[in-house]
Design a protein around this ligand. Structure first.
Ligand SMILES: *[C@@H]1O[C@H](CO)[C@@H](O)[C@H](O)[C@H]1NC(C)=O
Length: 574
């Protein structure tokens, strides 16, 4: 009885406390849905929405300074990565911001939970009708025409004007994510015996590498050792999304064919979040997941590989891209991977500017800043559409890809051929969201000078240039669904480069040194670039243009160039 009375009393209190409406201000707006989506009508009023509220970090500029201090080889603090507590100190909201937001929520009878360790991102679950009332929004069902996939978004929302100084954004609201894609597989005749080119590596690159790339080819082309890594704490993480499963039987078949010198039972550790799984039905194997696990395990010999399968139960509005980083930030040093490779991405314009933007807004790119400060190297494939974005598509202006163009990640483009030239699909260009980071400002200026007026008006001359580096990305032979075949894409390039970084880290850790962490300041330094093969031929057409051309020095097709393990090892002082 007492309980019932108390409950009734507090319900009345809530009802009585219904606030007078605050002055609202439009916080984010976009004229139309992202390309490929149509509005299919209002979202059902009673449908529960999970919304995230990003509150402004108290000192993101301080974190950026700290990140560069531990990532620039010339800095006294080089390699002295931050602890999770130190990162959280920069990222947590001020008490003032936090209480401004939580007071407004409680006025509206809404409770929130923090989803990040620093407490800068809160989550609330409310019905569509309540969200529309709270945010003066019109949450609607948007259908992706090509696939029929639906998502609930609004083209505009408002928050109380008094909160604008405290809140970065509500999400998912005005950002769209097109269904992620994976490379196409071209079957080739099944081999009965181990591949003829799976011979011990020598200085000479086997001629077969001109038509089909195997781990042996990459070892020869990039001077990668075949000897096993020794450090069990030096992990390499492979991101998995969209129910792409990494298949162990296919991996065994791959190793049996292409790494006859190591155990064919070598495998990965599985990590899951957001309801992710890794179903082993062979027919359900994912091309991308198989490619990424086979080429990290196949090249980073002996490095512990973690396949991180992010499920569909993600509430971050970016297909779990934010959740995977939050999960890694929460992990202890020694458990957290020193390298993370991701072969998925979006067109920049699909994501709302504030969700992706660097400053003052906090978000995806800031999450990479945090993980980088903790000592993880983050690599992304640059995309497969040349200057037309993540995939080949019609366009009038060039489409940059995200997260690859976040300044705190290393974007990896693609090359092909034994005498390497840019792969035509290698996405590259200049961001409309992120300004040019200082580590590449001289390179971008010099490239733009050489470029002159070519492609004028089709790209942003003040944006961050990408990719940063490149690696082979054509005709990679993989095992998939019990068949051998080839795949193309920067999806091949990112795991390749990541595997090399992981092998370098193994030797650093063995020598009692810190792992490389955020790579770009090192890669763009005089010593870093001298350890890369500058690619000077080829271009990346798209949008009815020839795109950009590879040139001497950095270019927005192949970046600074492709890796040379032996030279990189010397460049990092080993
Ligand atoms: C070009 O890039 C800069 C730097 O990120 C940005 O501030 C500006 O808004 C961009 N311009 C357009 C038209 O997107």
């Amino acid at each position: 009885m007492i309980f019932a009375t108390t409950l009734l009393a507090s319900l009345l209190l809530v009802a009585a406390a219904k606030p007078t409406r605050r002055t609202m201000a439009v916080h984010e707006t976009r004229a139309e849905p992202a390309r490929g989506f149509v509005n299919s009508g209002p979202a059902p009023a009673a449908k529960e929405l999970t919304l995230r509220i990003a509150i402004k970090p108290n000192n993101i500029a301080g974190l950026e300074t700290a990140l560069y201090a531990v990532s620039e080889p010339a800095s006294a603090q080089y390699g002295q990565h931050l602890t999770a507590e130190e990162v959280a100190e920069f990222v947590k909201p001020t008490d003032e911001s936090l209480s401004a937001v939580t007071e407004w929520l409680s006025e509206n009878g809404i409770t929130s939970t923090a989803v990040t360790p620093a407490g800068d991102i809160l989550q609330i679950v409310i019905p569509v009708a309540k969200a529309n009332d709270l945010l003066s929004s019109e949450f609607s069902v948007f259908t992706h025409v090509d696939t029929g996939a639906t998502s609930i978004r609004t083209l505009e929302y408002s928050i109380p004007a008094s909160l604008q100084a405290h809140v970065d954004f509500f999400h998912p609201t005005t950002s769209f994510t097109r269904p992620l894609t994976s490379p196409k597989f071209t079957a080739i005749k099944k081999r009965d015996t181990p591949a003829a080119d799976a011979a011990p590596v020598s200085d000479a690159v086997p001629a077969s590498c001109g038509t089909t790339i195997t781990p042996t080819c990459l070892q020869a082309i990039y001077n990668i050792p075949t000897t096993a890594a020794t450090q069990s704490t030096n992990k390499l993480g492979v991101s998995g999304f969209i129910e792409q499963f990494a298949n162990s039987a296919d991996l065994k078949e791959f190793l049996t064919n292409f790494r006859t010198d190591i155990s064919s039972s070598t495998t990965f550790t599985l990590q899951t979040l957001d309801g992710g799984v890794n179903t082993q039905t062979r027919a359900d194997a994912g091309i991308e997941a198989n490619l990424d696990t086979q080429y990290t395990i196949g090249i980073a010999t002996g490095v512990p590989i973690t396949f991180i399968s992010v499920g569909e139960n993600n509430a971050d509005g970016v297909d779990g891209f934010m959740d995977i980083i939050t999960a890694l930030i929460k992990e202890a040093t020694g458990t957290r991977p020193n390298v993370l490779t991701t072969s998925y991405g979006f067109d920049e314009s699909d994501l709302s500017r504030s969700v992706a933007n660097l400053m003052p807004t906090s978000t995806l790119c800031n999450a990479y800043m945090q993980l980088g400060a903790l000592g993880t190297s983050i690599l992304f494939s640059s995309g497969d559409g040349g200057v037309s974005g993540s995939q080949s598509q019609t366009c009038t202006t060039f489409i940059p890809t995200l997260p690859s163009d976040c300044p705190f990640v290393t974007s990896v483009g693609a090359t092909g051929g034994i005498t390497e030239t840019a792969a035509t699909f290698s996405s590259g260009g200049f961001s409309n969201y992120f300004a040019i980071p200082s580590y590449q400002s001289a390179d971008v200026a010099s490239y733009l000078t050489t470029l002159g007026t070519t492609n004028s008006g089709k790209f942003n001359r003040t944006g961050r240039g990408f990719p940063d580096v490149s690696a082979q990305g054509e005709n990679f032979e993989i095992a998939w669904d019990d068949e051998l075949g080839t795949v193309d894409g920067t999806s091949c390039s990112s795991p390749t480069f990541a595997a090399i970084v992981a092998l370098l880290n193994d030797q650093l850790v063995a020598a009692g040194k810190a792992p490389l962490g955020f790579l770009n300041p090192f890669l763009y330094s005089a010593t870093g670039r001298a350890a890369l093969n500058d690619i000077t031929t080829g271009d990346n057409p798209g949008c009815n243009t020839n795109g950009f051309s590879a040139t001497a020095g950095w270019d927005p097709v192949t970046g600074l160039g492709t890796p040379n393990f032996a030279l990189l090892k010397t460049a990092i002082g080993l």
